[in-house]
Write a protein that binds this ligand. Structure first.
Ligand SMILES: Nc1nc2c(c(=O)[nH]1)N[C@H]1C(S)=C(S)[C@@H](COP(=O)(O)OP(=O)(O)OC[C@H]3O[C@@H](n4cnc5c(=O)[nH]c(N)nc54)[C@H](O)[C@@H]3O)O[C@H]1N2
Ligand SMILES: Nc1nc2c(c(=O)[nH]1)N[C@H]1C(S)=C(S)[C@@H](COP(=O)(O)OP(=O)(O)OC[C@H]3O[C@@H](n4cnc5c(=O)[nH]c(N)nc54)[C@H](O)[C@@H]3O)O[C@H]1N2
Ligand code: SF4
Ligand SMILES: [Mo]
Length: 745
């Protein structure tokens, strides 16, 4: 493979003094302890292997790996990458600890205890696959294909998801990336500009950037962070709307410390101010806008003063934000956000962001919203059979959609309610693949009941987690460093540079260890037993990747020659499609009984004595999936709960105090964490990082570290247009030394 670095030539260049130190044993004069400075085993030849693609999170940075004696000793960004380049984040770096984590799943396991309190027995792949196939077939035979539910996430879950959805024929698929993450964003922009927005903001060239609840720097996606930093370095003004003094707020020119849940009111007032003061881009709106007059009329009551009262911020600040955006338009990057499942009123907020971008004329323009134009590759997978709408839970009796702006799949709550009531039909089979529904979906106890009533639960994972405890059969998958996988495409994100596109396919950096298998092997074997052998599209994961690459006239062999990344000339990023329009007032929405113009829907406020529970990312973890990683764990072993300093003082809490949390519905945290006392959070809210507080004893590092925010998110709220979850409607008190502390108003 390319770039083979020679360790020996490095050593030759080292100083004589350094070489004079024997590589054998060094005995410390003080302690007498024998130390081996460098393990002298092996050849000292580090081999660099290319073609890696990270999946410590879903951004999929391109990697190279350094191998010593066939063991991966270091991960780095692929120098050829025009995406992340040589950089990877803390989590990406810690991938080697993930790969070699001794707690990882190694063999197929059968639960001979109870779901939730498993007793594991090692079984053979034949036995495991046979059990999965026959039990799932049993469910299909008895209840129909719709009797199966699927909870997938991640690149390896696509192939099995398509099998169950397209070939077996169940609609009951709930993807975490849609219903608990960005689905609302995608469909709200679809309803406004006809396209899901990604995170396509030309931040490097923006004169102003606005982040609404996005906290870049804590939320880390390498190339995206590079764009953001480049924008700031180039002098972009930064507006951050966040109830908390986030990493982004710390870099902002204007920090809007908004009252949680009121963002739509804020955005309506900003837009109304622009319209009333004729500071919007009238030329752009005339040319590309649709329904502008109805829109302007619908939002006209939103004066800065009215929104200021609702959002608990100064009216002058709303005007300041509007003026700053207008002064820099159209070169303004209004970030569409990513995790947008906040309150169950989220579609309206996302529509507002899309309309604001339109008012500023900031689509397909320097520094505005500019979608990546990626190269085409194939999409080989299971063939779609005719959809059977009769069993689509998102259709009512009149065949009208319940959530007409739902992202693909079925809203999670519809699946869970059907499973629990048996109406309109029973759901008795469950496939969990790369998702942790116990900690990802609100209503943990509800999720457990859903799993309890299943006839059969299978789970495919790489680690033991809180979700794997609910499996009857638990299958170990090869990790992202041990497998071939889906293709990643992208473009040069810095539009001031020569435009290029790239194609990369994930290739293993090391051989699979133990008995771990890949998605195609597992899915095909189950499909065969279930009677779908003739539908199987490919025999191996390599064949799947080869077929997809062939569409771009590429192959794995060719990619290997090109150090894992194929580069090609790019397109003009600012070229706008001919039929582009911004739908300010959407009549389809009206036809379905929703407001045609963005509308503010207030949320419930904390009851007396409680604070709202907010959550978000930390740089060194990805949800729960990295909690057992020894490097990342020690970088941030628990998730301190942020509390306002004045509030803390009143209730007698000091920085570092150990606390538990209890919510207004009586659910108490199962573990403890510490308090972070800070002026950087509003008095009506507390904040903690998501993903902590695992309860699986097989996670020897991450178990019971910090508090699981999801265990306190028990109030279920659902966005009426999309069916996606809202998750910030829960209210908590803190408990210290057994004493429940009331949060002062
Ligand atoms: N309370 C709360 N809930 C949230 C969020 C929040 O901030 N707070 N965030 C939401 C968001 S934005 C998202 S995207 C979702 C994420 O939700 P999930 O995708 O469920 O997040 P993870 O906790 O990473 O769980 C993923 C599971 O996949 C496993 N896994 C990792 N790699 C592989 C692999 O290669 N193969 C297989 N088979 N399994 C693998 C992990 O071990 C883990 O069990 O959560 C959402 N839910
Ligand atoms: N390190 C790291 N990076 C990640 C991930 C990870 O797990 N770890 N996950 C990736 C994924 S899948 C996603 S979806 C993104 C998510 O990243 P983001 O889209 O940035 O979402 P969150 O982390 O949920 O954002 C939480 C922020 O919203 C603020 N907030 C809370 N309530 C409100 C409110 O009512 N109004 C406003 N304006 N702000 C509010 C919080 O204070 C916090 O600063 O991150 C991605 N990047
Ligand atoms: S942002 Fe970090 S964790 Fe995510 S893919 Fe890139 S290196 Fe990996
Ligand atoms: Mo997400």
């Amino acid at each position: 493979m390319a770039f083979t670095l020679n360790r020996r030539s490095f050593l030759q260049a080292a100083t004589a003094a350094a070489l004079a130190v024997p590589l054998a044993k060094v005995v410390s004069a003080e302690t007498g302890v024998v130390k081996t400075p460098i393990d002298p085993k092996g050849t000292f030849e580090d081999k660099t292997v290319t073609g890696g693609i990270c999946e410590m999170c879903f951004w999929r940075c391109q990697l190279v790996g350094k191998l010593r004696d066939d063991r991966l000793v270091k991960l780095e960004g692929n120098p050829k990458s025009i995406d992340n380049g040589r950089s990877i984040c803390a989590r990406g770096n810690a991938g080697i600890k993930y790969l070699y984590d001794p707690d990882r799943l190694k063999y197929p396991l059968k639960n001979v205890g109870k779901r939730g309190a498993p007793v594991w027995k090692r079984i053979s792949w034949d036995e495991a696959l046979n059990e999965c196939g026959t039990r799932l077939k049993g469910v299909v035979d008895k209840y129909g294909p719709h009797g199966i539910s699927v909870f997938p996430h991640g690149s390896s879950a696509k192939y099995p998801m398509h099998f169950f959805e397209r070939t077996v024929g169940t609609h009951n698929v709930s993807e975490a990336s849609f219903f608990q993450c960005r689905g609302v964003r995608d469909t709200a922009y679809l309803a406004t500009i006809g396209k899901a927005p990604g995170e396509f903001v030309d931040m490097p060239n923006a004169k102003a950037i606005m982040l609404l609840g996005g906290h870049m720097g804590e939320n880390v996606h390498v190339s995206h962070i590079k764009q953001y930093i480049q924008g700031l370095q180039n002098g972009a003004k930064l507006i951050v709307v966040d109830p908390r003094y986030s990493a982004s707020a710390a870099k902002s020119d204007i920090w809007v410390q908004i009252k949680p849940g009121t963002d739509t009111a804020f955005l309506l007032a900003v837009m109304n101010y622009l319209v009333k003061n004729k500071k919007y881009n009238a030329e752009f709106v005339d040319e590309y806008g649709d329904g502008f007059d109805e829109f302007a009329e619908a939002i006209e009551s939103w004066t800065p003063e009215k929104a200021a009262a609702e959002c608990d911020i100064p009216a002058a600040q709303i005007k300041e934000v509007a003026e700053l955006l207008a002064a820099n338009a159209p070169h303004v990057a209004i970030h569409p956000g990513r995790h947008v499942s906040w309150y169950g009123n989220d579609f309206q907020r996302q529509r507002s962001l899309a309309c604001l971008t339109g008012l500023l004329g900031a689509y397909y323009t320097v520094g505005g919203w500019v979608p990546a134009k990626n190269p085409k590759v194939g999409g080989t997978s299971w063939k779609k059979k005719e959809a059977n709408h009769e069993f689509n839970l998102n259709m009512d009796k009149e065949e009208e959609p319940i959530y007409p702006f739902s992202p693909p799949g079925t809203p999670t709550e519809l699946i869970r309610d059907a499973a629990l009531t048996g109406k309109p039909y029973a759901i008795k089979g469950c496939v969990i693949w790369g998702q942790n529904p116990i900690q990802t979906i609100p209503g943990q106890e509800k999720m457990k009941k859903v799993l309890e009533q299943m006839d059969f639960v299978m789970c495919v994972d790489v680690m033991p987690t809180d979700a794997t405890m609910w499996a009857d059969i638990l299958l170990p998958e090869v990790s992202y460093l041990e497998r071939y996988d889906l293709i990643k495409t992208g473009t040069q994100w810095d539009f001031s540079k020569e435009q290029q596109q790239y194609i990369a396919a994930r290739m293993p950096l090391v051989e699979p260890m133990f008995e771990r298998k890949d998605q195609v092997f597992i899915t095909n074997a189950i499909a065969k037993i279930m009677g779908y052998e003739k539908d199987i599209p490919v025999k191996s994961i390599e064949e799947l990747v080869e077929k997809d690459l062939a569409v771009a006239k590429l192959s794995l062999a060719q990619l290997r020659k090109e150090d894992g990344i194929h580069l090609m000339p790019g397109k003009d990023p600012y070229q706008m499609p001919e039929d582009f329009e911004v739908i300010f007032f959407n009549e389809d929405l009206e036809d379905y009984g929703f407001p045609g113009a963005p509308t503010y829907i207030p949320v419930e406020q904390p009851p007396k004595g409680y604070a709202r529970l907010l959550y978000g990312r930390v740089p060194v973890h990805t949800f729960n999936r990295t909690q057992n990683n020894v490097w990342l764990h020690f970088a941030m072993p628990q998730n301190p709960v942020w509390i306002n300093d004045e509030v803390a003082q009143k209730i007698g809490l000091s920085d570092g105090d150990t606390v538990e949390l209890v919510n207004s519905e009586g659910f108490k945290s199962k573990t403890t964490t510490v308090v972070k006392v800070t002026p950087g959070i509003r008095k009506d809210s507390v904040y903690m990082a998501h993903g902590y507080g695992s309860m699986n004893p097989l996670m020897s590092v991450g178990v019971k570290a910090g508090i699981d925010d999801q265990s306190l998110i028990t109030k279920i709220s659902v966005d009426p247009e999309t069916g996606a979850h809202g998750m910030r409607n829960n209210f908590v008190k803190l408990i210290k030394d057994g004493k429940v502390l009331d949060i002062p108003a």
